[in-house]
Design a protein around this ligand. Structure first.
Ligand code: AMP
Ligand code: MG
Length: 414
């Protein structure tokens, strides 16, 4: 049962409308490192086995098993060494009975050899070698195809490509892969009161922070994000800027100017276009929300509220899942865990509440405590938090000791 205030749209409803209008980007072929963090758009089949050929797992001697069968510390076997096989060489030697070759890790095992005796079991001889332990067949030989056989599907479409996956692709000789590109996200902030952190503020001005936080958040979500910066509350400037930025955007994020104030120019300008909808969502913080599509390519646009905590929470709740969908990821949402609330929390009934919090593990279970006050302008506490407590619409007072849902904000580098 969710008792949402009747004049508001529920969080779930708003999110559902957003996600039904957004799909994964069309796939492209890229070089391996450009695929880092992207979702694979093809099943990758190995054309060759891995390893490509039988090779030595140790520095030692390639031998026939029968020749070293009687070797012991007291009665070592002595064999002539026909040559050296270093990594990257090979093809010159065949191990006939009674002979051996010195071999290095990664070098191809020569025909005739059945095992590699590690150098530690020998006297390390160069022309002749004394071996003092027998070897079983296949000892220290990495077999061709034991990792991947030719024809094996090594990675499935839908896999996110991290370090290990890129290493595997290179190891099987794939230099390019088809992936869903990272969405290009353009971020700007509106407000006549805003100045950049590098500038000197006038008496009634404040440092602009949302564009930094949102650009970083978009990058942490896997997008390629560009920070445009500040736009004044001027309808003409705003429209021309959006138009200008659309050429490089798969998604636009603005903040500010969407409430009911006299200079809330984002709402004023974009409402007129008719393709962006402004609604009040039953959440705290983040009630005024705008979402829609602009420009010839119907580029999705999020117009987030200006209060920094509202903008941040709105990003987590609505924009991040949208970016995950554009990336083609299956998992759209942050992990939710159940944790014991350490302090009571008060909230407004009828809205879902997202409370900045610290999540910890105590005696093997999750515990969570709110940090800082409730005000949507309080950014210091936000910077201390690693989670958001998610309190349901119907609740008003939530006592300490109860179990609550917590969204884990793992901060991953791009
Ligand atoms: P608005 O939604 O434009 O009415 O802004 C709400 C509050 O958030 C006001 O106090 C603004 O000064 C503040 N604000 C808006 N945008 C930003 C921003 N980019 N950085 C920091 N504070 C902002
Ligand atoms: Mg404003």
């Amino acid at each position: 049962m969710t008792a949402v205030s009747p004049e508001l749209r529920s969080v779930d409803d708003h999110l559902r409308r957003i996600l039904t209008s957004i799909g994964p980007l069309a796939d492209i072929e890229v070089n391996l490192l450009d695929a880092h963090g992207c979702v694979l758009a093809e099943d990758v089949v190995a054309e060759q086995p891995l390893p490509r050929f039988d090779n030595s797992a140790m520095d030692g001697y390639a031998v026939r098993v029968a020749d070293v069968a009687t070797a012991s510390a007291d009665h070592p076997v002595e064999l002539p060494v026909i040559g050296d096989i270093a990594a990257g060489t090979g093809g010159r030697y065949v191990i006939n009975p009674g002979l051996c070759a010195r071999i290095m890790t990664g070098a191809p095992v020569p025909p005739g050899a059945e095992a590699v005796v590690p150098v530690e079991w020998t006297d390390g001889g160069i022309a002749r070698v004394r071996i003092h332990r027998p070897a079983s067949p296949g000892l220290h030989i990495r077999r061709a195809g034991e990792d991947v056989r030719a024809g094996d599907t090594v990675l499935r479409a839908g896999t996110t490509l991290g370090a290990a996956q890129l290493g595997l692709l290179a190891a099987i000789g794939r230099a390019r892969v088809r992936v869903r590109p990272k969405p290009r996200v353009v971020v700007f902030s509106t407000g006549n009161e805003l100045v950049d952190a590098a500038a000197v503020p006038g008496p009634a001005q404040i440092y602009e922070s949302n564009s930094y936080a949102l650009t970083a958040a978009a990058r942490e979500s896997g997008a390629m994000a560009f920070r445009v910066g500040i736009v004044p509350d001027d309808p003409v400037r705003l429209l021309s800027l959006i138009e200008e930025q659309l050429v490089r955007a798969d998604l636009v994020i603005t903040s500010g100017g969407v409430s009911a104030g006299a200079y809330d120019v984002v709402k004023e300008v974009l409402s007129r276009l008719g393709t962006v909808e402004f609604v009040r969502v039953a959440m705290q913080p983040g009630m005024p929300q705008g979402f829609g599509h602009v420009g010839p390519d119907k580029t999705p646009i999020f117009t987030l509220p200006g209060n920094p905590v509202s903008a941040f929470v709105s990003f987590e709740v609505f924009v991040r899942p949208a970016i995950q969908r554009m990336l083609g990821r299956e998992r759209l949402y942050r992990p939710l865990v159940r944790a014991t609330l350490l302090e009571p929390v008060r909230k407004t009934a009828g809205k879902r509440s997202y409370v900045r919090a610290r999540l910890d593990v105590r005696d093997g279970t999750y515990v969570v405590a709110p940090v800082g006050g409730m005000g949507s302008h309080l950014v210091a506490a936000l910077a201390q938090s690693n989670a958001l407590i998610v309190l349901p619409e119907h609740a008003s007072e939530v006592p300490a000791g109860v179990t609550v849902s917590v969204m884990v904000l793992e901060r991953r580098q791009p």
